[in-house]
Design a protein around this ligand. Structure first.
Ligand SMILES: [Zn+2]
Ligand SMILES: [Zn+2]
Ligand SMILES: [Zn+2]
Length: 151
């Protein structure tokens, strides 16, 4: 039991930084810092348990491996009017084309009914922003950690 709790905590703590959306191998890399003997199959098992408990949610972006995020409690947002039920709150993502990391966006541009042709009913939408994340943008401007040409 003790061991299982440690593994679960190791897996869950990978998400401790706000806005982290992780693939199973990324979770494994983090969990290994806490429980060195943890295996990928253990990570998958813990992930499916956490999914079943509603602690984390699956993120599927087109052409990308499955990722996982901490399930968001709407109350934690402190955004009145953003919807009381969990169903009203959904996420969008920022995909960094430099490091490949996916970041969670809690804000939503709102209903997009206007984009659809007249008479169409919009039921849901997905928004993924593509670009360079802050840490990659920083690395680019300072030139640190990059083996690129200097001109
Ligand atoms: Zn990046
Ligand atoms: Zn959220
Ligand atoms: Zn939205």
């Amino acid at each position: 039991m003790q061991r299982l709790t440690r593994q679960r905590n190791a897996v869950f703590s990978a998400f401790s930084d706000a806005g982290r959306v992780l693939t199973a191998p990324q979770i494994l890399a983090h969990a290994r810092e806490i429980v060195p003997e943890i295996s990928l199959s253990t990570v998958y098992r813990q992930v499916s348990l956490l999914l079943a408990d509603g602690e984390i949610a699956k993120v599927e972006l087109p052409g990308e491996p499955a990722r996982y995020e901490v399930a968001c409690k709407p109350a934690a947002h402190g955004q009145p009017g953003h919807g009381d039920s969990h169903a009203d709150h959904h996420h969008h993502y920022f995909h960094c084309s430099s490091c490949g990391q996916v970041y969670l966006l809690h804000s939503c541009p709102g209903p997009m009914d206007d984009l659809a042709p007249k008479g169409f009913q919009v039921k849901s939408h997905e928004v993924t922003l593509h670009g360079i994340c802050a840490s990659c943008a920083g690395a680019e401007t300072t030139g640190k950690g990059r083996a690129g040409k200097s001109h």
